[in-house]
Ligand binder design. Sequence first.
Ligand code: DGT
Ligand code: CA
Ligand code: CA
Ligand code: ZN
Length: 575
Amino acid sequence: MPELTNAEVAAALEEIADLLEFQGANPFRVRAYRNAARAIVEWTQVVSDLRPKDSETLTQLPGIGEDLAQKILVLAHTGTVPLLEELRSQVPESVLAMLRVPGLGPKRAATLHHQLGVKTLDELREACESHRVRQLKGFGEKIEAAILEGIDLAAQAGERMCWAYADQIAQSLLEHMRQMPGIEKLEFAGSYRRGKETVGDLDLLAVAGDGQQVMDHFAQAPGLDKVVARGDTKMSIRLRSGLQVDLRVVPEESLGAALQYFTGSKAHNIVLRGRAKTLGLKVNEYGVFRGDERVGGRTEQEVYEALGLPWIAPELREAREEFDWADRGCLPELVSLTDICGDLHAHTDWTDGTATIEEMALAAKKLGWSYLAITDHSKRVTMANGLTAERLRAQWQEIDRVNQRLKGIRLLKGVEVDILEGGGLDLSDEVLAEADWVVASVHYGQNQSRERITRRVVEALQNPYVHCFSHPTGRLIGRRKPYEIDLEAVMKVAAAERKVLELNAHPMRLDLDDVACAAARRLGVLVAIGTDAHSTDGLEAMRYGVLQARRGGLTAADVLNTRSWAQIKKLLKRK
Ligand code: DGT
Ligand code: CA
Ligand code: CA
Ligand code: ZN
């Protein structure tokens, strides 16, 4: 019986929501499935570990009642539920792909399907290009252009999976493979090991006495769709999640060389091979060679050492600055999760979070942090029940009370203040001045010109009470492109005003991205890694943020929240 990972369960719930919405079902019912999907993604336990009848554990999650809990358990243990099968049979499969197009959504997809007879992405593209879409009621020129852009994004998103989902799958694969006694070593390579924000496929290396036995076991992997290819030492499988996994069985003495080779990136390896050549050496997946003589390859260190280089962390292997740093002996000592002392971006049930202030505090304490900034939305974000000045002050009183009750964790009185469409902030300076920590963000007016958005943000950073600019480009990986913004100009202002930029750790955001993190470091702007958690489990996203920061070459000193709150306060005062 197939067992689903949490990510796969969540995807199935989202699909149910999409299909229901496509059919014009009750919005509350649709919402219930979406909320459940989010709760399952953020949940730290594995659903399929629960017994098929144990719905009580699930009904404790926010927004999950008995009926949904039952469905989730059936999904996790059997791979599907009757409702999903029924919905799938009612909606043409090609329409499903349309539902994935950003900016389209089930309602508009239904209109296109019924009024233009559009059934596939190609037909949709054709309908946009011949301007038939803009003529429909409620669509227009702008939406037509957005759909066209979305078709490209959707095509890419179908090919790559965000790192956090790939990680769940990778971990369940490791667990499965470890059940086989004959395997001596197992290592993931490829973009997954480099911590790239999206992963095309997984690359797994194994050292084992009997390669055929390993491959037989690999063919029993959880979530298997089919075996794509199988050779003597190499095998590829496809999982139902759409992810492909390449397995290679390698001899122990070349594990280091294979790991180096298959970790890539391709660009990094090209530079490496070029350097080997100038030294009269040859590098491949079996080792480093001078003529016929093997001079290394058991470990990665040996490979780099043979080329006169220090070992380079996988996250840096993109042929950007790592070779230059290695030559100058200044490879950064990358930040790690254990350096993190607290989180500076979190939501509660006062706005669109699901946990109370106290629950969030206790969860942060459990992660070993010494502070947590409560940064709920301001009033402009009506969809999230944003806070007025009055409610914000009431929340801060509650935070004072919780702080008195709790030991070992300090809650900061913060807010995520909206940068308004017309410029200016959603709360007065008088209120902001009372906060411990203010993050500002853009939620509305994301379609404005580069000049306008940049000016709004620069003005916000010049406000003396704003400390940090949150999710700076607004992108959602595979769903929404970054808005137009001159990040370099923003960073220069941040550096001059000693303001902080956020690296939002949510796995679909990771915003700043790796390249922007590196730019921040170069320009002397500190980065705050914030989880933007909307539940206690959401705090676990910190590790995705840390991974992205590492790809940007950030050290502990480059990240604000590796410091104690006392140190941060001193730093903020010095402005
Ligand atoms: P992905 O899967 O698209 O997220 O990215 P990667 O980097 O995991 O790429 P993948 O899976 O095609 O190959 C894994 C690594 O193996 C890649 O980073 C470099 C190495 N590699 C694979 N095939 C070749 C090749 O034909 N030439 C070179 N130079 N390197 C290769
Ligand atoms: Ca790969
Ligand atoms: Ca591959
Ligand atoms: Zn937020």
